[in-house]
Write a protein that binds this ligand. Structure first.
Ligand SMILES: *Cc1c(COP(=O)(O)O)cnc(C)c1O
Length: 326
């Protein structure tokens, strides 16, 4: 295994959601990766711990990365950069002139440089634009730049969630429970990839269920398959990874990435009122809403032990508060 730096508060706690378990007829546990930290909170920091080790080993002084205007990944990267004494440049996808709120507000507080692109530029050439930003900084100010892909999702990033699976196995032994299924939201695929490679490589026989929040399952199965093979090359995994290892459900994307339907927001409010648990509107709210519906439809067996990974995103809830109806 390649090395990492230590930034996240690990291990993250697992607790049982007692009222939802009773209501839904399953044993629903939650792993609090939303509590990996405060400024750096969420799932991205587990991937960044591996990527930033490489940046530091190469004496880089500037991190460059990209995401949506309310990207949790960009905010975590900006915070981590500041923690490590590095500079950070973000390429953020925007429509209109964005309000300074939520994660974007925090990006500015952490002192990140902000660059904007539109949705077409983001889709077609975000990596190229980041490369150009890096070249300019290297030429004009002698910086040494390290480019991190969307969501910190590459083969190295996957190792963060390969390791998280080891953490889960230790906690299973501690608590005397075996999780039959692990459930997670899928945005850029790295989190799922790490869990999925660990499941296969360690022959755990779990069901790893990913709920897509943006593109369809065909896109994610292909992307995650590539990530799995990249991770295997880096870490020397012995397994043959196939597309059949990957289960992505794309029925709950709703109106599209970061767009909320009233029923999704009602669901988030319902969960908060029952469990004092805050889900975010972009990822975990959609994934938990998907899980709830899959249980209701009988696609997840009654009585089974489920572990939902809370991947974070709380700061993205506040820009949506006006859309909630009470
Ligand atoms: C990025 C993110 C995800 C998705 O993780 P990927 O590794 O990008 O698939 C899920 N939840 C939250 C809160 C996120 O910020």
């Amino acid at each position: 295994m390649i090395g990492k730096i230590l930034l996240a508060n690990l291990p993250t706690k697992i607790s049982k959601l007692e009222r939802l378990s009773k209501e839904w007829g399953v044993n629903l546990y939650i792993k609090r990766d939303d509590q990996t930290g405060s400024e750096i909170s969420g799932n991205k920091i587990r991937k960044l711990e591996y990527l930033l080790k490489i940046a530091l080993d190469n004496n880089c002084d500037t991190l460059i990365t990209t995401g949506g205007i309310q990207s949790n990944h960009c905010r975590a990267t900006a915070a981590a950069a500041t923690l490590l004494g590095l500079k950070c440049e973000l390429l953020l996808r925007v429509g209109d002139l964005p309000k300074v709120e939520g994660n974007y507000f925090l990006d500015k507080l952490f002192g990140a440089g902000i660059n904007f692109c539109n949705a077409d530029e983001y889709r077609d050439s975000r990596d190229e634009i980041m490369r150009v930003i890096g070249e300019r900084l290297e030429k004009e100010s002698g910086r040494r730049c390290f480019i991190i892909p969307e969501g910190a999702s590459n083969g190295v990033g996957s190792l963060g969630y390969y390791e998280a699976m080891n953490e889960i196995l230790t906690q299973e032994r501690e608590y005397g429970v075996r999780f039959e299924s692990i459930v997670v939201a899928v945005g850029s695929g790295g989190t799922y990839s790490g869990l999925c490679t660990a499941n296969k490589e360690m022959n755990l026989g779990k069901r790893v269920i990913g709920f897509a929040v943006a593109s369809d399952s065909e896109y994610f199965v292909n992307k995650i398959h590539i990530l799995n093979n990249e991770a295997a090359d880096i870490a020397g995994f012995k397994s043959e990874f196939s597309r059949n290892d990957i289960e992505i459900i794309d029925k709950y994307i709703g109106e599209g990435y970061a767009i909320s339907r009233p029923e999704e927001l009602r669901f988030i409010a319902d969960i908060a009122s029952k469990e004092a648990l805050i889900l975010d509107p972009v990822y975990t709210g959609k994934a938990m809403y998907g899980l709830y519906n899959e249980i209701k439809e009988g696609n997840v067996p009654q009585g089974s032990n489920l572990l939902f990974i809370h991947t974070g995103g709380i700061f993205g809830l506040f820009p949506k508060q006006d859309q909630f109806i009470f």
